[in-house]
Design a protein around this ligand. Structure first.
Ligand SMILES: [Zn+2]
Length: 189
């Protein structure tokens, strides 16, 4: 008879690899799924498998999508003249959840040529204004300058979120009111 709890421990270890989950939470979650509610465990397991097998990056903006083009890029009601540049695809979720922006997005994964070319091809679709919703910091100011220079020939209006957003704090850690103000009171760059 196997007296060890290898399988339980493996589940705890796996959960513990997730951000914000420590040993204690991992054990509590694993115990709940195994002993109290195996249905929720199965549900989570299927949802994870389904999401990982389906979700990909939108070819246009780099946001999370179930299709080639995400629901934002394929929505013709949205203002295609304004792009909001964000650092992570999850920043899009945050801005969308709070309905703070009506244009389209672009996820700035890196500053390499491929990313710039992709950004340019998005701009050629009729973009007139770019809003940088990057974490305010000196290094991101340099990023903004770099991109502005790359796009100088397109005669765009550039702005960045500013007031209310403390330097060095990423978007997901900013309260809704501050983020709304930061977008409304954006400054030209
Ligand atoms: Zn998209």
């Amino acid at each position: 008879m196997n007296r060890s709890l290898d399988k339980f421990n493996r589940l705890v270890d796996a959960l513990q690899e997730l951000p914000t989950i420590g040993k204690k939470s991992a054990t509590r979650l694993a115990y709940h799924m195994v002993m109290n509610d195996s249905f929720i465990g199965m549900k989570i397991s299927h949802a994870i498998e389904d999401a990982l097998g389906t979700l990909k990056k939108c070819v246009n903006c780099g946001g999370m999508s179930e299709d080639e083009l995400c629901f934002i890029c394929s929505d013709e009601q949205r203002d295609e003249r304004v792009i909001c540049i964000v650092e992570n695809a999850k920043d899009i979720l945050l801005l969308e959840e709070n309905r703070l922006f009506d244009g389209r997005y672009f996820v700035l994964n890196s500053l390499d040529d491929t990313t710039i070319i992709q950004l340019e091809s998005t701009i050629k679709q009729g973009v007139k204004e770019i809003i940088f919703a990057l974490t305010p910091s000196i290094s991101n100011d340099a990023v903004i300058l770099f991109i502005e220079e790359k796009l100088i020939s397109y005669q765009l209006n550039f702005s960045k979120i500013a007031q209310g957003v403390p330097t060095g704090v990423s978007l997901e850690n900013i309260d809704l009111l501050s983020l709304t103000r930061a977008l409304e009171d954006r400054v030209r760059v």
